[in-house]
Design a protein. Structure first.
Length: 143
């Protein structure tokens, strides 16, 4: 049964799994390697994603909810992302391969799905001032 990817403009459990998995693949080397530090970093990221989603227009929230609902199912994950394992169980290399296949796919929907995951994860991750050093950005200039 298809469950919404968002509930009241926040990630549903399935949506959280999709974004946590995508984040592990996209931010490999930037996130803590494993254990409790990784869990905390992902939870903080998912909270920032919730904030980003709340700022989206209702139609964009609806489209994102549909995408996450699809990617959270076994059939949708396999068809759209090409990922056999559930997001939480897949290895980082498996997720990276799936994301890369989406990125270079000849199917526009797969490319758009990749771009949504990539842009939302990146925006939420780098909106945290603690990550700015990874970019070489010292922060806003004091006036």
């Amino acid at each position: 049964m298809l469950q919404p990817g968002l509930r009241e403009a926040k990630l549903s459990p399935g949506g959280r799994d999709v974004f946590a998995g995508a984040a592990r693949g996209l931010l490999d080397g930037s996130l803590p390697a494993n254990g409790e530090p990784l869990r905390r970093a992902l939870n903080d990221l998912l909270e920032r994603i919730d904030g980003l989603i709340a700022a989206l227009a209702p139609h964009a929230q609806s489209e994102l909810s549909q995408l996450l609902a699809l990617l959270a199912t076994s059939g949708g994950r396999r068809t759209l992302a090409g990922l056999a394992e559930p997001w939480a169980a897949a290895s980082v290399p498996e997720i990276q391969d799936a994301l890369q296949a989406m990125r270079v796919s000849g199917i526009t929907l797969r490319q758009q799905a990749y771009q949504a995951l990539h842009d939302i994860v990146g925006s939420a991750y780098f909106s945290d001032a603690q990550t700015w050093g990874l970019l070489g950005y010292p922060g806003p200039i004091r006036i």
